[in-house]
Design a protein around this ligand. Sequence first.
Ligand code: NAG
Ligand code: NAG
Ligand code: NAG
Ligand code: NAG
Length: 305
Amino acid sequence: MAVCVCAALPSLLLLLSCGVCVTVGYPFRPPMDLDVTPRITVTTSGLLGCRRFQTSVVNYSTLLLEEDRGLLYVGARGAAFSLNATDISDSTARTIEWEASTEQKQQCLSKGKDNKTECYNHIRFLQRFNSTHLYMCGTYAFRPLCAYIDEERFKVSSEFEEGREKCPYGPATGYTGLIVDQQMYTASQYEFRGSPDIRRNSPSPTVRTEEAPTRWLHEADFVGSALVRESEGSTTGDDDKIYYFFTEKSQEQTPYYSHIRVARVGRVCKGDRGGLLTLQKRWTSFLKARLVCSLPEYDLPLRTC
Ligand SMILES: *[C@@H]1O[C@H](CO)[C@@H](O)[C@H](O)[C@H]1NC(C)=O
Ligand SMILES: *[C@@H]1O[C@H](CO)[C@@H](O)[C@H](O)[C@H]1NC(C)=O
Ligand SMILES: *[C@@H]1O[C@H](CO)[C@@H](O)[C@H](O)[C@H]1NC(C)=O
Ligand SMILES: *[C@@H]1O[C@H](CO)[C@@H](O)[C@H](O)[C@H]1NC(C)=O
């Protein structure tokens, strides 16, 4: 399997995080004449000049680009990589191998999980923690674990920590996460029976979206998140916002809209500490809005994604 990126990777990340209604939306062109119209097909000629990083590893699922360091970090099944962002085929690639143990794979199988997909360690979270360390989480064959990575040596530098509250159990569960100023923000369905939520996991106590009596999310399936700093130069960053992109079951009760899923953007304030009397450990700043996407080439009566 291969990861394939061209020079304009920032736009890829940008498009992936904004283009929630696009399956493959990357215009493979130099940044100068970048066409930001979402695309759902890419011609083979558009892939010329593409660099490849190739190993026997499969299921590349997590990308973290650090332009200032010139590195692209990649999380996959049983491995994480640090690649030269200028040329990902460069031989300086470094690898951390992190497979689930045989015992854990066995336990996963005995729980009735699929040993071709679920009973592996899929690295689903990979973010910078501080100037010297990254933080990663993997599904670890249905028992999520997390650890710090010493970036300079590109080695796991800590004991593995419990990851249940930070990372989903399976490789296909909708999930997104960020570390902002050493605080971890994630959104997913963590427990098998639980409802998906948007939360700040650390530092404790966890602040999250409400499930009952009023549900703020309806079977949400998360695809991405982004930090928008608004308090430039502020030490507390109290007006910084975190945006989440997801789909959820529509609540509008019209003949057309019932039971369909709609695209949403949700937002919380970074400075939110939860309520004092009501909304304890719940966001007091949570808002969500509908994303209406128009795809003129499909003459759909409902312009939803
Ligand atoms: C992982 O890759 C394998 C081999 O390409 C594929 O069969 C499987 O569906 C992938 N799993 C996920 C969760 O993407
Ligand atoms: C990354 O690749 C570029 C282009 O091949 C090269 O000039 C640069 O030295 C490489 N960086 C590292 C850290 O190896
Ligand atoms: C999955 O489990 C089945 C039945 O236990 C076994 O026959 C098969 O070899 C296993 N496959 C993998 C990839 O471990
Ligand atoms: C970054 O965090 C790691 C893990 O907590 C810690 O060991 C390291 O000392 C920190 N580095 C700096 C520069 O604070």
